[in-house]
Design a protein around this ligand. Structure first.
Ligand code: CP3
Length: 350
């Protein structure tokens, strides 16, 4: 029987967790939470990310309030774009000074492993959190190449993404990833050095590509980053989250050194665990809109409708399951729903 939260999390990543499933939510620290709102009155989002003590403080908020098993570094995935020379601010949504609209713009883009030291504040925050929580899971993270590229081109992930799609074949994606790969792998290494239990890669834009485009463009770039990282950190578990993707996309990930797959809320969790749970740990996947919009009794019923069938598969089947959402906690989510849901996960799987 696993003894503490960290062990639960690590065991699940290795698909050998026989006790309670570990629980954490993407964006568990953020604008829905009063603790974060209080800190935001005194500090900008940039300060909260870049001053390690503050970043650690933000991270602790939801851990203390809701009892999650794993803490995630409080940061953002766009800092590599800033390091590459794109100019970044949050107002509060991310704003880049310029976008990768034409192939000529590649000239303005810096690259290389040396730039990763600009993300040292992430490693520093991870060290503080690790020292503070020796018995909790701890997750570092970066954006996957495709998702960073989408932000570089579009500045956001809303509306028309046709320019980003066009850039897959006009040299922009290739030029961008050529500059990014060493930087991103080194960014992951700097975080890994600070002692997390896993590093997550967020590929929120994955589903914008057809499975063919994804296999041809996104996966090779991801593979370059992961192989470089793996050469230095052969054992660090990697969590790969993508949104809007399905089995046809996931098949293209075959052979990549990924331990855990984060799936979005569109998928039947039990089915994913049955079909993919022999190969990966599975993380997910309640709909964040349920958490934001539903009163507790209705949310409880919906959560049970996802969790009870998983439970019915038996303890062997869920040895690799990480209890999580299918995306991040949304801004207007009531804290009570978060608190109740963490508690319910322990009740259902006790
Ligand atoms: O999970 C956590 O608690 C860690 C914190 C975290 C943030 N961003 C903090 C944040 C994580 C894991 C991220 C990842 C991230 N950032 C992703 C991938 C996951 C996802 O949500 O799809 C993406 C695409 C980004 C880029 C980004 N940063 C966006 C789209 C935004 C605006 C989001 C929004 O909710 O409006 C940000 C800003 C941001 N990142 C905030 C936070 C708490 C809000 C800043 C504020 O106004 O206080």
């Amino acid at each position: 029987m696993n003894s503490n939260a960290r062990q639960r999390f690590v065991d699940a990543l290795h698909r050998r967790n026989t006790g309670l499933p570990p629980v954490w939510f993407m964006r568990q620290a953020g604008r829905y939470h009063s603790h974060y709102q209080e800190l935001k009155k005194r500090h900008s989002f940039m300060e909260l990310c870049k001053q390690p003590k503050l970043a650690a403080e933000v991270t602790y908020g939801p851990m203390e309030a809701f009892g999650f098993d794993a803490a995630i570094l409080f940061s953002d995935l766009l800092f590599p774009l800033e390091a590459m020379g794109m100019g970044l601010d949050y107002l509060p949504g991310p704003r880049l000074d310029w976008h990768l609209r034409r192939s000529e713009d590649l000239k303005r883009l810096k690259g290389g492993a040396d730039l990763a030291s600009r993300m040292d504040f992430q490693a520093e925050a991870l060290r503080l959190i690790r020292a503070h929580y020796p018995d909790k899971g701890l997750i570092g993270f970066v954006g996957a190449p495709l998702t960073l590229y989408f932000y570089a081109v579009e500045g956001s992930h809303q509306g028309d993404v046709s320019s980003a799609i066009a850039g897959l074949t006009d040299g922009r994606f290739e030029g961008f990833t050529a500059r990014l790969v060493d930087l991103l792998a080194e960014n992951m290494c700097l975080q890994a050095e600070a002692g997390p239990d896993a590093i997550a890669l967020f590929d929120t834009c994955g589903g914008e590509l057809s499975p063919e485009q994804y296999a041809r463009h996104a996966v090779p770039a991801l593979e370059l980053v992961l192989k470089k990282f793996r050469a230095r950190y052969p054992l660090m578990p990697l969590i790969y989250y993508s949104r809007g993707t399905d089995a046809a996309h996931w098949l293209a990930l075959d052979g990549l050194p990924i331990q855990c797959m984060g799936v979005d809320w569109r998928h039947d969790l039990s089915q994913v665990v049955r079909e993919w749970g022999g190969k990966y740990s599975i993380q997910g996947n309640l709909d964040p809109e349920w958490l934001r919009d539903l009163k507790w009794p209705e949310l409880e019923a919906r959560a049970r409708s996802v969790w009870e069938p998983l439970k019915a598969l038996g303890p062997e089947a869920r040895k690799g399951w990480v209890c999580a959402l299918g995306h991040g906690v949304l801004q207007q989510t009531p804290e009570e729903n978060v608190r109740n849901l963490v508690r319910l996960s322990r009740e259902v799987f006790r």
